[in-house]
Design a protein around this ligand. Structure first.
Ligand code: GRF
Length: 193
């Protein structure tokens, strides 16, 4: 299974995928890593790992349609079976998702459909839920919507801040992303029981 991973930030989920591949625990080919802006640590660490990288800078395009087209072409050049949004903070067009047969995977730090959006951890805490978690799902053109593949719960402690909770979620999220990719490599129709 060939994957292209899209990042906007530090890419610690991506690093978990890179580490699992290098350790021989995950049989996928990371064809490339792309970002929506220059200077991300995610691209830097991929380049350091010898993975091809590209940037399609959102701010360099006059409108979203042009950026989507450029992103689609940049990703398509690597002919991925699955495109992974790993902390990629942009909504892509339906055309992008169609170009990859709907195989656009996203990770989110909350138990969807609860708390979608850029502040899933903060919003769960503000609501006062006792349990949150993370979700790996097939993304459609909405904000953190689309069929759920796998989820894991994480309890919220009284002493948590947004940062401590997000770090604990990310530990679980990294493992869930790696195990989900492994399951999809074995069975493209995989969905957790
Ligand atoms: C993850 O929790 C992801 O779900 C969210 O942002 C975080 C990205 O972390 N959208 P990283 O860039 O993989 O370290």
């Amino acid at each position: 299974m060939r994957i292209v991973v899209l990042v906007s930030g530090t890419g610690s989920n991506l690093q978990a995928v890179i580490d699992a591949v290098k350790a021989g625990e995950l049989g996928v080919d990371i064809a490339a890593v792309g970002a929506d802006r220059e200077g991300t640590y995610g691209v830097e660490r991929s380049a350091a790992a010898g993975i091809p990288t590209f940037v399609v800078d959102f701010k360099a395009y006059q409108d979203r349609a042009d950026w989507n087209q450029a992103l689609t072409e940049a990703v398509a050049a690597y002919q991925p079976d699955v495109v992974v949004s790993s902390g990629f903070m942009r909504i892509v067009s339906p055309g992008f998702i169609d170009a990859f047969g709907g195989r656009y995977l996203n990770t989110h730090p909350a138990l969807l459909p609860a708390f979608p959006g850029a502040h899933g951890v903060r919003d769960a805490m503000a609501y006062g839920v006792k349990v949150t978690g993370c979700t790996v799902h097939w993304a459609d053109a909405g904000v953190d919507t689309g069929p759920i593949i796998a989820q894991e719960a994480v309890a919220i402690e009284d002493s948590d801040t947004e940062e401590t909770l997000h770090e604990r979620i990310k530990v679980v999220e990294r493992k869930l992303l790696v195990s989900t990719l492994a399951a999809l490599a074995a069975d493209p129709a995989y969905s957790a029981a």
